[in-house]
Design a protein. Structure first.
Length: 169
């Protein structure tokens, strides 16, 4: 269990951050949206249209490293060790976590049946602080972004400057 001052730092920073970076036993470190509920960070992932968590190795009983960034500046605030627990669909803890997660899920394609879809296709994970706050590294730890079709950059069309000038005139 974490000491009270560390627990307060973890809770306050994680509550205010929109994203946390989670490094599981396997795979890359990945930015995940979350909610802080009942003393732990909760994430939903897997399934169609949700954030990918399968390659992180986050299974019941595993540990993960969570890095919290500042919401306004984007810099690293705190790093902590988490005990991973997968909440079983339909359980009281699952229902309470999903009620909180629903409110933070942006642009859900099926908002009216999101709970049903999450129960069938997704995993709800509870990341409970289990160790002391880690020391911040001296270096930047910058890494190359993971491959994604969303990061493809194409050249600007040659006709675009002419079209923009025409619009002003």
């Amino acid at each position: 269990m974490t000491e009270p001052l560390s627990q307060a730092l973890i809770e306050e920073a994680t509550k205010k951050s929109g994203l946390i970076w989670v490094q599981g036993p396997t795979g890359p470190s990945r930015a995940l949206w979350h909610v802080w509920h009942d003393g732990a960070a909760h994430v939903v992932g897997g399934g169609a249209g949700e954030q990918p968590v399968a390659d992180l190795g986050l299974v019941d009983g595993a540990t993960a490293t969570v890095t919290v960034r500042s919401k306004d500046k984007g810099g690293r605030l705190v790093t902590w060790t988490a005990a991973v627990a997968e909440l079983p669909p339909g359980a009281e803890s699952w229902a309470a976590a999903v009620a909180e997660l629903k409110g933070k899920r942006l642009n859900a394609p099926d908002a009216e049946r999101i709970e049903e879809r999450w129960a069938q296709q997704c995993r709800v994970l509870r990341l409970t602080p289990s160790g002391a706050v880690g020391d911040l590294p001296d270096g930047s730890l910058a890494a190359t972004p993971l491959p994604s079709p969303a990061t493809t950059r194409r050249a600007m069309p040659a006709a675009l400057p002419r079209l923009l000038r025409r619009r002003r005139g």
